[in-house]
Design a protein around this ligand. Structure first.
Ligand code: ATP
Ligand code: MG
Length: 572
């Protein structure tokens, strides 16, 4: 290792964050000279940020290799034919960055690598005897996100570790999937992330069994619910139990509710809680049928659940509602136009009578009984879960939190091996499609997630495992020979002891150095000042805890060597 000097380092720190930086990690990564914007969702990493990035990457690499996943590197450029084979060229949409070469051949910049790796192994991984195999690479990915934002959290160019595994039995896939999930937990711990593994939707990639790893943060775009029993799920998919209340009347009763067109207004008008009302939404399923969906009044319809219940589902616009004979704000299941299908959330099954729109402006029905006054065509799980709903596993009330999805593991099954004819020979000599797993980790996103969790008003507070250096030595009085020589000696001795050191030898005021040290977020800061030296002392500041201590000059190196060793252990 060499001693890094701040006087030489290219680290132009900034006092102000750029105006487009909404979240703290974006602001601080720019201000602390870790990165610079190139275009929306595209960044360059400056030397300090690059060092952090390499450390995150190295932790991910070590954990992959530790479970027998082999590193390789695949190209970013992918021929369109492979995407046609899997059927995803047409379904992936505008997120896929496409281009043509000079001969007019179609290509895409890799947003993920299932196609390429399946094509890679299909002719050469032939026998069950060679299975399982697990491969990964750490490579830039490209997605033309509709809303690139939050700096590294949602970029259009981002670094991902993606791994793919090939198996001949479900047991073998399950074993590796579990190993991967444990490895992801260790990566979170080594990065110092507070996290939760959650049940999730498999989205574009396909497959059924999947877990997302969520770094908890207020800025996270994902919402999750969790329970003290250990259950946790993305609210998009959580099958929570929802409690409803009855607004009980004797028989079907039409109520005049002038200008009461929202759930809040209805609850207020009748002085009942929103959970005693039923909410109606109109849409069209993939086959063009008009549907009206019903959910408990205090819950929202979830997009992913709606799509699952009614493939191709979309909401109706106001004009379409009118054309279909639906009455906005007053829809109900009783007296719907012919052919309109009634789809209701499972939570309403136990509700013997509904308080709901009457399909007539300014009127609602109370006491509308399913099976008597109307029929439900489809029962389904439709609601986005929220705090207070009951845990599907133990029945206790769920709590909610926001999270940043830093990684996701999937059991793909045979989706790609069937569509792309990737087969091996089983023991009996018969050809079988591989069972596959895929496992993505956002390297740049998890770096930003760490900053979301580790910061204060002064800057970043890097966990030691990924800090750009472990110790900063800061001589205060430039030009004072004793101060400068002492600082240099401490720095060199730490370096010899195998510690990563940066020496702030800039000819700057103490305030500038302190501000930069906190902004950049060096975990340990050793301040060497003239007055301290006269008393035979230097000052140690620990960025994470804010603790400050005077240390005797003779012992400072020995103490730091011990402290750094202890701190490193926390992230191993
Ligand atoms: P999201 O739902 O946040 O768009 P995703 O589920 O589409 O993400 P995956 O296909 O599972 O993402 O990709 C694997 C990992 O890559 C994610 O867990 C995340 O950490 C990272 N990732 C995905 N999209 C982005 C992005 N636009 N910017 C930064 N990292 C990303
Ligand atoms: Mg994902």
């Amino acid at each position: 290792m060499i001693l890094r000097r701040m006087s030489e380092l290219y680290a132009p720190t900034l006092k102000e964050a750029p105006s487009d930086a909404e979240v703290i990690s974006h602001q601080l990564l720019i201000r602390a000279a870790m990165m610079r914007k190139v275009a929306a969702g595209v960044y360059s990493f400056l030397p300090l940020g690059f060092d952090v990035l390499r450390k995150v990457e190295q932790i991910v690499r070590e954990e992959m290799r530790a479970i027998g996943c082999q590193e390789m590197i695949m190209s970013i450029i992918q021929p369109a034919e492979l995407w046609h084979e899997s059927g995803r060229w047409d379904v992936y949409g505008p997120e896929l960055m496409r281009f043509e070469d000079r001969h007019g051949h179609g290509f895409a910049l890799s947003p993920t690598q299932e196609e390429l790796i399946t094509a890679l192994v299909r002719d050469e991984l032939r026998s069950y005897k060679e299975l399982p195999k697990s491969l990964f690479h750490i490579q830039w990915k490209y997605r033309d996100e509709i809303r690139p934002r939050f700096g590294l959290l949602r970029g259009r160019e981002f670094l991902m570790k993606d791994a793919y595994s090939f198996h001949d039995t479900q047991e073998s896939l399950q074993v590796h999937y579990d190993e991967m999930a444990r490895a992801y937990g260790r990566i979170c711990e080594r990065l110092g992330l507070e996290y939760r593994p959650v049940e999730a939707d498999s989205g574009q990639i396909g497959g059924k069994v999947t877990t997302e790893f969520m770094a908890l943060a207020e800025s996270g775009e994902a919402e999750l619910v969790y329970c003290s029993c250990g259950f946790a799920a993305n609210t998009e998919v959580a099958e929570a139990k929802i409690a409803t209340q009855i607004y009980e009347v004797d028989g079907l009763t039409k109520i005049h509710t002038p200008r009461v067109a929202t759930i809040a207004e209805l609850a207020n008008f009748l002085n009942v809680s929103e959970s005693a009302t039923v909410k109606a939404l109109s849409g069209m399923d993939g086959e063009g049928n008009i549907v009206v969906l019903f959910v408990p009044g205090d819950h929202e319809l979830g997009d992913i659940k709606a799509e699952k219940a009614l493939p191709g589902f979309r909401m109706l616009g106001e004009e379409e509602m009118l054309e279909s004979g639906l009455v906005k704000g007053f829809m109900g299941p009783v007296g719907l136009p012919n052919g309109v299908r009634v789809v209701a959330d499972n939570a309403l099954r136990v509700l013997p009578q509904w308080l709901i729109g009457a399909n007539e402006t300014d009127y609602h029905f109370a006491g509308a009984k399913p099976g008597v006054d109307f029929n439900v065509d489809i029962w389904a799980d439709l609601c986005t879960a929220k705090s207070g709903d009951l845990c599907p596993e133990c029945g206790l009330p769920l709590q909610d939190a926001r999270g940043i999805e830093v990684g996701q593991v999937f059991q793909l099954g045979t989706k790609y091996s069937v569509s792309m004819s990737a087969r091996y020979m089983d023991e009996a000599g018969a050809e079988q499609p591989f069972l596959m797993g895929c496992y993505g980790w956002g390297v740049t996103r998890s770096l930003a997630a760490v900053v979301e969790q580790y910061n204060d008003e002064y800057g970043i507070k890097w966990p030691m495992s990924i800090a750009p250096a472990e110790v900063a030595v800061i001589p205060l009085t430039v030009g004072d020979e004793l101060v400068e020589l002492t600082a240099l000696r401490i720095a060199n001795e730490l370096l010899t002891a195998g510690i990563e050191v940066v020496l702030d030898d800039r000819d700057d005021r103490a305030g500038v150095k302190f501000n930069d040290a906190d902004l950049i977020g060096w975990p340990y800061q050793v301040v060497v000042g003239k007055r301290g030296l006269e008393a035979g002392e230097v000052e140690l500041k620990i960025r994470l805890s804010g603790e400050k201590r005077s240390l005797p000059l003779e012992q400072v190196v020995a103490i730091l060597v011990q402290q750094v060793a202890d701190e490193r252990k926390k992230y191993q």
